[in-house]
Write a protein of this length. Structure first.
Length: 129
């Protein structure tokens, strides 16, 4: 488990995330590359919410290989291709994470290597070594 950091001297988070987190000494760290909303069969949902769910499913599979799960995520970096995708991405993320919330960044980018992708998500997780 990590300790969230949300100093009272700065503006509170705009959504369910922590400004920072402290990972206890002795924890193993797993860094997940950016995951796109594509299934193992090559299927790509046409909407941001469907792609975001697949991104997090892919991250969960990566973490499972290390003996961890989504609850062990301490940091999320997410990228969407337009403001119109913010609410859908955040609804998926917010449904998956409870307090203490991981640190999180969400950016709007001009696009990805293939135009059908609407979201990409990176994660860092920490758990028992």
């Amino acid at each position: 488990m990590f300790t969230p950091l949300s100093p009272k001297s700065i503006h509170p988070p705009f959504a369910p995330y922590s400004h920072g987190v402290v990972v206890p000494a002795g924890q193993k760290l797993v860094f997940c590359s950016g995951q796109l909303g594509i299934g193992a069969d090559g299927d790509i949902p046409p909407d941001c919410a469907g792609q975001a769910r697949l991104c997090f499913d892919n991250i969960a599979a990566i973490l499972a290989e290390a003996g961890l799960g989504l609850a062990d995520i301490v940091r999320i970096n997410a990228y969407v291709t337009g403001r119109e995708h913010l609410a859908d991405y955040m609804a998926v993320r917010n449904a998956l994470f409870a307090e203490p919330h991981p640190a999180s960044t969400l950016m709007i980018v001009s696009g990805f290597a293939r135009p059908e992708f609407l979201v990409e998500i990176e994660a860092v997780a920490a758990g028992p070594a």
